[in-house]
Write a protein of this length. Structure first.
Length: 226
């Protein structure tokens, strides 16, 4: 893949028995142990398929068999390839929806969400949005609030995943400009300048929201389908 490009795959987790068996065979010992912690059969199969697909995509990039790829995790739990440090990747899944990004020489994070109704939407906004974001959201018509919430949520989740710190970083500390929602106005100090981070939303279908965030310009993102 081109070093300036970011490739993103969107797909459905099928939990198909044939795919399950194929992907189970390529997981390493740690991944298989993690899969076996899921006592719910559907969740177990989804885990295997998600991580098997991830390995298969990485295998195409590094030209190595999926089962031979070594994947380590940082102390914060972000996976990386010790043998190919230039390759970065991230995955997200919500119900049966899957989103995977692969890039080079940058930090990258993705998030996908099924936009289900939430009784506590206002409470989540108050907890996870900064003041400027809350002000913007509160003035929206009621019929636009759910979609707008998930747009902001996926961008914030993608950011904290890209940094490698995860949600403990504080979603209300990464502030999106309501007037230009592909940029951050402020991020935590340890993440560098807000201006280096770029956001791109994905149109994935009705009832879905997806976003990618990277610390390089997202001018060459290709969305593919698994």
């Amino acid at each position: 893949m081109n070093t300036d490009s970011v490739e993103v795959w969107h797909g459905i987790i099928t939990a198909d028995e044939e795919l399950y068996n194929r992907f189970l065979a390529v997981l390493d010992d740690d991944e298989q142990r993690q899969a076996n912690r899921f006592k719910n059969t559907l969740l177990h199969k989804r885990y295997v398929e998600v991580h098997g697909r991830m390995r298969s995509l990485l295998a195409e990039v590094v030209k190595q068999a999926p089962e031979q790829i070594t994947i380590y995790k940082t102390k914060q739990g972000k996976p990386y390839l010790p043998d190919y440090p230039e390759v970065t990747f991230n995955l997200s899944h919500s119900a049966e929806q899957l989103l995977i990004a692969v890039a080079q020489n940058c930090r990258v994070g993705v998030d996908i969400e099924v936009c289900k109704p939430r009784a506590n939407l206002t409470g989540l906004v108050n907890k996870c949005f900064a003041e400027a974001e809350m002000s913007y959201w509160n003035q929206l018509p009621d019929n636009e609030k759910k979609q707008a919430f998930y747009r902001f949520w996926t961008r914030k989740e993608a950011f904290v995943k890209a940094t490698g710190h995860g949600i403990v970083l504080g979603l209300n500390q990464c502030i999106i400009n309501p007037e230009n929602q592909i940029e951050f106005t402020s991020v935590p100090m340890q993440c560098g300048k807000a201006s280096i981070w770029s956001i791109q939303d994905f149109e994935l279908g009705e009832g879905l929201c997806g976003a990618i965030v990277s610390d390089k310009k997202l001018s060459n993102v290709t969305l593919k389908h698994l």
